[in-house]
Structures are given as structure tokens and as C-alpha cells.
Ligand binder design. Structure first.
Ligand code: FAD
Length: 405
């Protein structure tokens, strides 16, 4: 099997690399985990850069022109996304829900008006979207959502609370899971709405994470009036559409994450050459060499798994439950990679960026703390293993859930 790009794809990649060299934001430092001090500044940088990409024709390559896309191929989209991931993944993060979930869900499940109204504004950087699925009593068991939507005179009236809503404080719209019928089985009484975050009654309260950043939020809705045109699919179809969103969330990133991690491993090798232990560079220590090799192997497994999922999607498939394998393959190794890096720094591993004593300006300290959320966000590792056991391998149902349903 040949994993290289075709000559045409390689030529396109080189053209894009040349464009990128001239068009990254001023003062962009690729060696830093975070270039922006606040979520608002970070989101503005994302929107500006997305607009620049859009003006140059490098967004939505696989989507039709009438929806703001370029009408090209999924493979060309992958060329662009992989190059961005290995060059400036940070600039893409505020758009993770926007591009990884909102775009494919609206494209696959939305009606014609929704596609024409929203996809162009998402692709050209006008809109940021967030995802309102999780609630205080509905995380792993997302079918337990209790945010109520009651239909009244052409509107849904919303009351309830979401939590862990990433980038809600800067989002224009939210893909929202609500309960429209509390009197039927849990999975059948849910619906999927597109919520304008500027509507009266929507309140966002940021939550501070272990990194000190305010990336996610609580989202409160009190008597929010959403026009019924904002319903995706039919009333009661929410569970099926939410699963479609989650499959896209878990599947899209593998090949991109592998590209970002390969770049990060280069940064780690540079560090291992500079850090010294017992008078020698750490890279000469057999224990750390072994760890580096293990980290590299895990990144290669992710890369080839990503290529396998990609080939399924190129053949026209919507990603299936095997997306859970990729989710495990990017989230758990990232925790091990950042842990290895801190180990190599020895006592300096405790020093955060900003100190004259910090190594690589705290790049790995930030990464270590942020990676803790990786095995929770987009569904915890335990849930991914349940999905793989039940839906990929066909093993018996997880008894704790079976008993509740
Ligand atoms: C950084 C970050 C960003 C996030 N962004 C968003 C967002 O933008 N939008 C959004 O809607 N949500 C978001 N989330 C929420 C995320 O999807 C949930 O945190 C996740 O689904 C787990 O739900 P929970 O926190 O309620 O934990 P719980 O579901 O209460 O789980 C607690 C623990 O129990 C385990 N567990 C639960 N059920 C089972 C079971 N059946 N078998 C075995 N173990 C089980 C879990 O694995 C976990 O360890 C984000 C989370 C993080 C960390």
C-alpha cells in the first residue's frame, strides 16, 4: 500500500505550504502551546485567519460551492488540514466544534435553507459555534438531557442548563440537544436545535480550567424563544442526529492529530538534546530513549488508523463506532507524551512558562495540564471502550447501562 500523496496532491500541498508561510498571523510563534492570553483574543485570531484561508480558497474544499465550499475533494481538504495541524493547530482550536461537528451535521442532516444560511458563514470565519450536549446530569449518559423545549406559536421555548460548553463565551450559535417530549422513552423524546447565542435569556458563565484558561462554560437558558425553523430533522429525531455529530467528532481528527503530534515529538527531541542529566544530554539516556520510541510508535499507530478511517470516508461512509478507537489513540498517548517530556526535564518539570528557569517556556507544562481533559472530552475513555466492546466487537451490553434503560 502506498501512503504518499499523489503527484497532484503533493503539488497542491506545496502550493499551500508556500501560501501559509506568507499568511500566518504576525508574531505567530509555532513553538508555543498558546499564543493568546484570553479566549476572546484567541477566537478573534481564529476568525481572522479563517477569513484569510477562505479568501484564498482553502476552506471547505470537500463541500459544494453553493454552500460556501470549493467543490474539490476530501483528500485536498485533508492536505490542508494536516498542514495546518502540523503548523498552527492552536489557531484551529476555537473552530473545533464549528468545523468538526456543526459543519458535517448541518451538511448531512440539515435542510436546504439551513445549509445555505449557515455553512457559508461558518466556512468563511463569520461564525464560531459551540456544542450544548452535556448537562449536570447528562454527560456520558447524554440521552438523559433535561433542558426543556416546549413548542408554542411557531417557536420552541427553552429552559434549562448545559455545562462544559467549550467556547460558548465567543460563539455565535450552538448545536443544542433538548427534550421536546418527556413522556416517551429517553432516546425518543429528544430534538436537535440551532440556537442563536445572542437571543434574550441565554447566559454564559465561564469556568476556569486546571490550565488557568476559561475554555469551557456553563450555559443557562431561561424562556429563550427559538424559531421552529431552527429544528434540525424532525421533532424527536435528536438522538439520531446527536450520534451523527458524535461520530464526526470522534472520527475527523485522527490524521490531523497525528500530524500535530509528530511536530510535537520533534519539539521533544530538541528538548531531549538540550536537557542534561548526570552531565549528559537526556537523549543519550536509555530509559528516555525508550520512552521517546514508545511515544513515536503510538503516534504512528494513530496516523495509520487515521488513514484507514479516511479511506472509509473517501469511499462515501459516514464515520461509524470505530471512531472510538481513534479517540482513544489520540487522547491517552497525548497524556503519556506530555508526561515523558516533564520527566525529561527532571526538577525543572515543575516550573511553568514565564519563569526564566522554565524549559521551552512551559510548553510541556501547559500541554500536560490540558491533556488531562483529553480522556474526558468527546466521551471518556471508559465510554469509548464500552462502544468498541459493544458496537465494534459485538460483546454483551455494559450491565450498568443496560439496567438503567
Ligand atoms: C475539555 C473539555 C471540553 C468539553 N467540551 C464540551 C462541549 O463543548 N460541549 C459538551 O456538550 N460537552 C463538553 N464536554 C463534556 C464532556 O463531553 C463530558 O465531560 C463527558 O462526556 C463526561 O461526562 P461527565 O463529565 O458528566 O462525567 P460522567 O458521565 O458523570 O462520568 C464520570 C465518570 O464515570 C465514568 N462512567 C460513566 N458512565 C460509565 C459507564 N457506563 N461505564 C463505565 N464508566 C462510566 C466516566 O468514564 C467518568 O470517568 C467537555 C469536557 C471537557 C473535559
Amino acid at each position: 500500500m502506498d501512503f504518499r500523496f499523489s503527484p497532484e496532491e503533493e503539488a497542491f500541498r506545496q502550493e499551500f505550504v508556500a501560501w501559509l508561510e506568507k499568511n500566518l498571523p504576525d508574531n505567530w510563534d509555532p513553538s508555543r502551546y498558546r499564543n493568546y492570553d484570553s479566549t476572546e483574543e484567541w477566537a478573534r485570531a481564529y476568525c481572522d485567519f479563517q477569513k484569510r484561508l477562505s479568501d484564498a480558497g482553502y476552506v471547505g474544499l470537500q463541500y459544494p460551492k453553493e454552500y460556501g465550499g470549493q467543490g474539490r475533494t476530501l483528500m485536498e481538504e485533508v492536505v490542508v488540514l494536516q498542514t495546518l495541524a502540523s503548523t498552527c493547530i492552536e489557531l484551529r482550536v476555537p473552530g473545533v466544534v464549528t468545523h468538526g461537528m456543526a459543519v458535517p451535521t448541518i451538511f448531512v442532516c440539515g435542510n436546504e435553507e439551513q445549509k445555505r444560511e449557515f455553512l457559508p458563514k461558518i466556512l468563511d470565519g463569520t461564525h464560531i459555534w459551540c456544542q450544548g450536549f452535556s448537562e449536570p446530569n447528562a454527560g456520558s449518559d447524554v440521552a438523559n438531557v433535561s433542558t426543556r423545549a416546549v413548542k408554542e406559536n411557531g417557536h420552541y421555548i427553552l429552559n434549562g442548563q448545559k455545562v462544559w460548553t467549550s467556547f460558548a463565551q465567543v460563539a455565535d450559535y450552538c448545536i443544542l440537544l433538548v427534550r421536546t417530549d418527556p413522556n416517551v422513552a429517553k432516546h425518543k423524546g429528544m430534538s436537535y436545535l440551532l440556537l442563536d447565542m445572542k437571543l434574550p435569556g441565554v447566559e454564559v458563565r465561564p469556568i476556569t480550567q486546571i490550565t488557568g484558561e476559561k475554555e469551557f462554560n456553563e450555559l443557562y437558558m431561561e424562556d429563550v424563544k427559538v424559531p421552529e425553523e431552527m429544528l434540525v430533522g424532525k421533532e424527536g429525531d435528536g438522538w439520531r442526529i446527536a450520534i451523527t455529530t458524535l461520530m464526526f467528532e470522534r472520527a475527523i481528527g485522527d490524521a490531523m492529530m497525528a500530524a500535530a503530534y509528530e511536530k510535537n515529538l520533534q519539539i521533544m527531541v530538541d528538548m531531549a538534546r538540550q536537557c542534561r542529566r548526570a552531565g549528559k544530554p537526556v537523549i543519550e539516556d536509555p530509559i528516555f530513549r525508550q520512552q521517546l520510541a514508545q511515544n513515536y510508535i503510538e503516534v504512528m499507530v494513530l496516523k495509520y488508523h487515521g488513514l484507514r478511517s479516511l479511506s472509509t470516508q473517501i469511499q462515501g461512509g459516514i464515520p461509524g463506532p470505530e471512531g472510538s478507537i481513534g479517540k482513544l489513540l489520540w487522547s491517552e498517548p497525548n497524556q503519556r507524551i506530555t508526561e515523558s517530556a516533564l520527566g525529561m526535564q527532571g526538577p525543572y518539570g515543575q516550573i511553568m512558562g514565564g519563569s526564566p528557569w522554565s524549559v521551552q517556556d512551559g510548553h510541556w507544562q501547559y500541554g500536560f495540564l490540558r491533556s488531562k481533559g483529553n480522556t474526558i472530552e468527546a466521551g471518556s475513555s471508559e465510554i469509548q471502550r464500552n462502544i468498541i466492546g459493544e458496537r465494534v466487537l459485538g460483546l454483551p451490553k455494559d450491565m450498568s447501562r443496560a439496567a438503567r434503560q
